[in-house]
Design a binder for this molecule. Sequence first.
Ligand code: ADP
Length: 297
Amino acid sequence: MSIEVKDVLKVYGKQKALNKVNFAIQSGEIVGFLGPNGAGKSTMMKILTTYISQNEGTVKVNGYDTLTNPLEVKTSIGYLPEHNPLYLDLFVKEYLNFHASIHKVSEERISEVVDMVGLTPEKGKKINQLSKGYRQRVGLAAALLHDPEVLILDEPTTGLDPNQLMEIRGLIQEIGKTKTVLLSTHIMQEVEAMCDRVIIINKGEIVADKTLEELLENQEQIIEVEFDLRIEKQLINQIVHIKKADNIFDNTWHLVFETKEDMRSKIFDFAKENGLKTLQVQIKSNNLESLFQSLTN
Ligand code: ADP
């Protein structure tokens, strides 16, 4: 087991930030730690990385207890904090050398990691000259230098533009092939894009712990579609996977499908086959988002 959290309680003053939290993560899993702002994600991550300690309960990383063996825990973990505190005036190489010296890591390993995270073309620049996406790569490189078994990433894609987002997600998945990854996020799609499993936390308590497969089973998809002409419900009910169809106004329909497949292209095909045009097709929600909302409202 890579991470074991048992009955963890953390209070700030009178507020319970974590209330009897339990979960375990196996070696090699990529797990999303999902919850709205203030749910307790950062607090849990800070405890895992030994930055703060819990009031009650036990936490083990790679078999080492965070309270009794913090050094071994630190060696086992690479941590990318939410507001990655990079020293903007340093050159990429200087910054990584600084981190490497803490962990007594060789020059060769620095180059290897720079290459691994795709930093090679930017390695001669100062950190303040880098885009947010490349700064995240620098943070990831620093977290990976000592070749930890477990990576803890706090909101690793916050503030990235769509291209950077895709790149960093791809990189995390690549890293996840050889390491255990726990990443926090408040966005359900992040979990869908990267994780094997999700642990949902709300107000300091774990409210769901499921594999992505379990989450995607029996998925519902709600689509709103506007056709150019009036049509009969009978006809709409012929679209594959349809569970419910409501004519909400004029030629606009609210459709519920029982499938994880994106039904938009099937709706386009249906319209074409029946001599209709689609003026608007919009996914309103899917099961994952509504599940997240109902668990964390
Ligand atoms: P998340 O990372 O999910 O947004 P946090 O773990 O940062 O949530 O916070 C959980 C709760 O604990 C919040 O209500 C937050 O205000 C509170 N909290 C976090 N850090 C402190 C602190 N140092 N002192 C007092 N309260 C805190």
